[in-house]
Design a protein around this ligand. Structure first.
Ligand code: TXA
Ligand code: MG
Length: 315
C-alpha cells in the first residue's frame, strides 16, 4: 500500500515491519535498526549479500552521537554543513548497534536524510532506521514511490510516498581517519562542495584504507546491456542493425531514433543526476536491444554519475 501517513509508517516500524521511505537521494527500505529480526528481513527481501552493511538513518546530530564511540572534530564540521543532506559518514559504532546492521564491522555509516516526511517519521520514533536503497540488490535504485512499488511493492507493508527524489543519486559516503577525510562512495555531495563549504581537503587516493562492501563492480544494472560509447553517432554508424535506446545529457534538435531520452536541457549535472535512474528504467522498458550513453564530465556530481554508469555498464 502507498500513502503519506507518517503515523501508520511509525506504527508498522515499531512493530518490526518494513516500510519504504522517501529521502532526497533515493527511496530506502527501512526497518528498526535495533531489531535484528527486522534487519534480517531487509536482507531477505532485497536478496542482499549478508556481508553488505546498512546505513543508519537518524533525525539529527544528537541522535547520531548515541550510536558511536567517538565523533571527531572533522565529522562535526562536515555534518554541521551537510546534515540533513546527502552525506553519510563512517564512524566507530558502540554496542547499541547490532552487528547485523554493520555486517560485523566495528564501524557504522550514519546519515540524516533531507526529506520532510522522513524527518517527521524519524522524530516520531525512538529508534534509528536502517535503510538500504529500496530495490532488489544490483538493480537500478528507486527515485519514486512507483519505482518501489514495481520492484518490491508486494513484499512490504507500506510505501511512504514522498514524491520524486530531488537529488536522485545515493549519498556520498566519507570516512575520517586521523583527520584524513576520504570518499568511500561518490554521491549527491561532491568533493568540490565539501572542500568549498568546510575547507577540508579530501583525500582522493585510489588506495582506500576502508572499503564499502556494497560497491561491487556490477551494480545499478539495467536488464539490457548499457554501453558507454565515445560517440553515439559513430556507434550507430558502425552497428546499423542494432536497435538502441539513447540517453543524452542535453536536448538534441534532431535525434536519430524515437528511443531518445534527454537527461537535462543543457548539460546540467544536478538535473542529469536527478533524471538518471528514472530514464535508465524507461530506456530499459523500450523494445530495443541496448542502451547507449557517452561518458559524463568528471567534475562535481558528475563523478557520482560516472561511478553509477560504469557499474551499470560493467557486464
Ligand atoms: O542515499 C543513500 O545513501 C541511500 C538512502 C536510502 O539513504 N541508501 C543507500 O544504501 O544507498 P545502500 O545500502 O544501497 O548503500 C550503502 C552503501 C553500501 O555500498 C554499503 O556497503 C556501504 O554503504 N556501507 C554501509 N555501512 C557500511 C560500513 N559499516 N562500512 C563500510 N561500508 C558501509
Ligand atoms: Mg543500493
Amino acid at each position: 500500500m502507498i500513502g503519506r501517513d507518517v503515523t501508520k509508517a511509525a506504527n508498522l516500524l515499531s512493530q518490526g515491519k518494513l516500510v519504504a521511505i522517501p529521502t532526497e537521494t533515493v527511496y530506502g527500505l527501512a526497518a528498526n535498526a535495533l531489531d535484528p529480526n527486522a534487519i534480517a528481513e531487509i536482507y531477505r527481501i532485497k536478496n542482499r549479500p549478508s556481508f553488505n552493511p546498512l546505513i543508519l538513518h537518524v533525525p539529527n546530530w544528537e541522535a547520531a552521537k548515541l550510536y558511536v564511540t567517538n565523533f571527531p572534530e572533522e565529522a562535526k564540521k562536515i555534518t554541521q554543513h551537510f546534515w540533513p543532506g546527502s552525506l553519510s559518514i563512517l564512524l566507530p559504532k558502540n554496542n547499541i548497534v547490532p552487528d547485523v546492521v554493520t555486517a560485523g564491522s566495528s564501524q557504522v555509516v550514519l546519515r540524516v536524510p533531507n526529506h520532510p516526511l522522513t524527518l517527521e517519521l524519524l522524530n516520531r520514533i525512538n529508534f534509528p532506521l536502517a535503510a538500504p536503497s529500496a530495490n532488489i540488490s544490483n538493480t537500478v535504485s528507486p527515485t519514486s514511490a512507483d519505482h518501489v512499488k514495481n520492484g518490491i511493492g508486494n513484499k512490504i507493508d507500506y510505501i511512504l510516498d514522498g514524491g520524486r527524489c530531488q537529488v536522485g543519486i545515493e549519498s556520498t559516503i566519507i570516512s575520517i581517519e586521523n583527520g584524513r577525510v576520504q570518499i568511500l562512495r561518490e554521491g549527491g555531495i561532491s568533493q568540490e562542495v565539501i572542500l568549498k563549504q568546510t575547507g577540508l581537503k579530501i583525500s582522493v587516493s585510489t588506495e582506500k584504507t576502508v572499503q564499502t562492501p556494497g560497491q561491487l563492480k556490477k551494480h545499478y544494472a539495467t536488464q539490457k546491456p548499457l554501453y558507454i560509447v565515445d560517440s553515439i553517432s559513430e556507434y550507430l554508424k558502425e552497428n546499423p542493425t542494432q536497435l538502441c535506446s539513447i540517453l543524452y545529457y542535453e536536448k538534441q534538435s534532431n535525434s536519430p531514433t524515437k528511443y531518445s531520452y534527454f537527461l537535462s536541457k543543457d548539460y546540467n549535472l544536478s538535473e542529469i543526476a536527478n533524471q538518471l535512474f528514472a530514464m535508465m528504467r524507461l530506456a530499459d522498458q523500450d523494445s530495443t536491444d541496448c542502451i547507449l550513453i557517452e561518458p559524463i564530465k568528471i567534475e562535481g556530481i558528475g563523478r557520482a554519475i560516472d561511478d553509477r554508469l560504469k557499474r551499470a555498464a560493467s557486464n
